[in-house]
Design a binder for this molecule. Structure first.
Ligand SMILES: [Zn+2]
Length: 110
């Protein structure tokens, strides 16, 4: 896909969240990406978009488009293979009235 493609749904596999113009991932998936992958993606995207504004050789255009596709693929691959958010990070511990700790995981009381 090209840097110009607009997505209606989050690009993460199996995610049906709708996204705005110019976005690739829903907020949850976007922030699930490690910072370096996000940075690489946007750097590659900006460079790929220059293809439409700046005169450059065909080779350079192809190189930039490929770099963007690679960065994009790295992100979707990461989301596909990365563990879902760590259960520990999703759980909260509340205190019941009698002083017992009550654990909630993903919003459900355990
Ligand atoms: Zn998503």
């Amino acid at each position: 896909m090209s840097a110009r493609t607009y997505h209606v749904h989050c690009a993460a596999e199996g995610c049906t969240s709708r996204i705005g113009k110019g976005q690739l991932f829903c907020k949850d998936h976007y922030f699930a990406l490690p910072r370096p992958l996000r940075d690489d993606l946007w750097t590659a995207w900006r460079r790929a978009m220059e293809v439409y504004r700046v005169n450059m050789t065909r080779d350079e255009q192809n190189r930039r488009n490929r770099a963007y596709q690679d960065a994009f693929r790295a992100c979707t691959e990461h989301l596909r293979t990365a563990r879902r958010t760590d259960a520990a990070a999703m759980s909260t511990v509340a205190m019941a009235a009698n002083g017992d700790a009550v654990r909630f995981v993903e919003g459900r009381r355990m």
